[in-house]
Design a protein. Structure first.
Length: 155
């Protein structure tokens, strides 16, 4: 795996952390915008993660191409559904779907690693990225849920 992948992945986590923090501590109007920014960014990254599998399925003779195409498009569909849910139902509902999508994607990649279909360095980097992304989204989801049932959490 190219050395540049790790610092770029770390840079890609910055919006997760900043938007999650802002969604919890900013004034209500700004917090709402940052919550939507978090769901939008998380959806974009989930779709991007699926693109890796699509790219791996394209070369002639690729192993399990049909499965890889599916693994490439399912995260994109989940990301699109999360964007729609964030706008039409609630950002909290979108976060639940995004968390599930991130976990399903990294577990699929881990399974592909066991079959030697993905490089181990990539999969372990994805695990690290996924943990930070999911913890950011889960923290926001839990705090919003507690606030929604009348409890006060002050940071």
């Amino acid at each position: 795996m190219p050395a540049i992948a790790i610092p770029l992945s770390l840079l890609g986590l910055v919006p997760f952390v900043l938007c999650a923090f802002g969604a919890l501590v900013a004034d209500p109007a700004s917090a709402g915008h940052l919550l939507l920014a978090l769901t939008d960014y998380a959806a974009l990254v989930l779709g991007f993660a699926g693109g890796v599998h699509w790219g791996l399925a394209l070369p002639p003779g690729s192993v399990r191409a049909n499965l890889r195409f599916s693994a490439g498009v399912l995260p994109l569909i989940a990301a699109w559904m999360a964007l729609v849910l964030a706008q039409t139902v609630a950002p909290r509902v979108a976060l639940v779907l995004l968390i599930a999508g991130y976990l399903a994607t990294v577990l699929t990649e881990h399974r592909a690693l066991r079959r030697l279909l993905l490089p181990s360095g990539y999969v372990w980097m994805r695990w690290g990225f996924t943990i930070v992304a999911v913890v950011s989204m889960l923290t926001v989801l839990m705090v919003l849920t507690v606030r929604g049932i009348g409890q006060t959490i002050v940071f």
